[in-house]
Design a protein around this ligand. Structure first.
Ligand SMILES: [Zn+2]
Length: 272
């Protein structure tokens, strides 16, 4: 790399950037990004005419240039829990290992865990992610500090309790207001009903209505395990996607994570 010596300048403001010697669409090329952040020129050897307009030059060293990757489902702060418990049935993993440990996590842990995950994502080509967790104000602060793009949601879990539901609604509203107040174009919010086995139908319907009211997304786990499907059939007489559709959760702005046990019924396609 050459050009500006002080890296702070690069991330504190928009600078014209020249990326040289990359492969785009199978051909060698240079890429020039202007001071508005737009790719203004792509072509072979444009470095010869552009060089002095760029504040920052990156040598692509023959690598392939692709758009940033998007991770559509994360609990980024769980980077801190990596390796703590693996190869277990989901429900046992959550109930016996993860939830008891998460009960001890602090806001500071979530900030540093999310920040670590953001740095790892950027290093490996991910420039945007869709995150669900708690202490989300701290997750948003980490995203803001690092400079990545994210849709963030508070993980709504009411376990069928009306009292807990009220608290989760308030926490969701508080976080959506917080993101709005941050006014960072790289950060948006969503509602985050965790899953059908942790959120009551009333909670699911509230998350749907509130997302519609705020014109924001919905982020949920869907059909992650065979047990989720079997329990849903036993309790509601229908599969999880049909049940979520009935609760208003399946919309064009919904990201339904996993979907490991979906069937071929057209419920989802009809819903969106
Ligand atoms: Zn998840």
């Amino acid at each position: 790399m050459e050009g500006i010596d002080d890296m702070e300048d690069i991330f504190g403001k928009k600078c014209p950037i020249l990326i040289t010697n990359v492969v785009v669409g199978g051909k060698r090329a240079d890429i020039f990004i202007d001071e508005t952040g737009i790719i203004a020129k792509i072509g072979e050897n444009i470095r010869k005419t552009i060089k002095r307009d760029a504040d920052f030059i990156i040598d692509g060293d023959g690598a392939v240039a692709i758009p940033g990757l998007v991770n559509t489902h994360t609990h980024a702060a769980m980077a801190l829990l990596r390796g703590y418990a693996d190869d277990m049935i989901l429900q046992d993993w959550l109930a016996q290992k993860i939830w008891p440990l998460e009960a001890h996590l602090t806001a500071s842990d979530v900030y540093h865990g999310t920040r670590l995950a953001c740095i790892e994502m950027i290093r490996t080509g991910t420039t945007a992610f869709n995150d669900m967790y708690f202490f989300m104000e701290e997750a948003a602060r980490a995203v803001d500090d690092v400079g990545i793009r994210a849709q963030l949601c508070y993980g709504f879990i009411d376990l069928g309790s009306e009292e807990k539901r009220e608290k989760e609604c308030q926490a969701t509203e508080r976080f959506v207001r917080h993101v709005k107040a941050m006014n960072n174009p790289r950060i948006s919010s969503a509602t985050g009903p965790h899953a059908i086995y942790t959120v009551s139908p009333e909670g699911l319907k509230w998350c749907s209505a509130y997302a519609k009211e705020e014109n924001i997304g919905i982020h949920i786990h869907l059909s992650e395990t065979e047990k989720e499907v079997d329990d849903c059939l036993a309790q509601h007489g229908k599969r999880p996607a049909a049940y979520l559709d009935e609760c208003g959760i399946l919309t064009p702005k919904t990201v339904a994570a996993h979907g490991c046990w979906l069937d071929k019924s057209p419920t989802i396609l009809q819903a969106i």
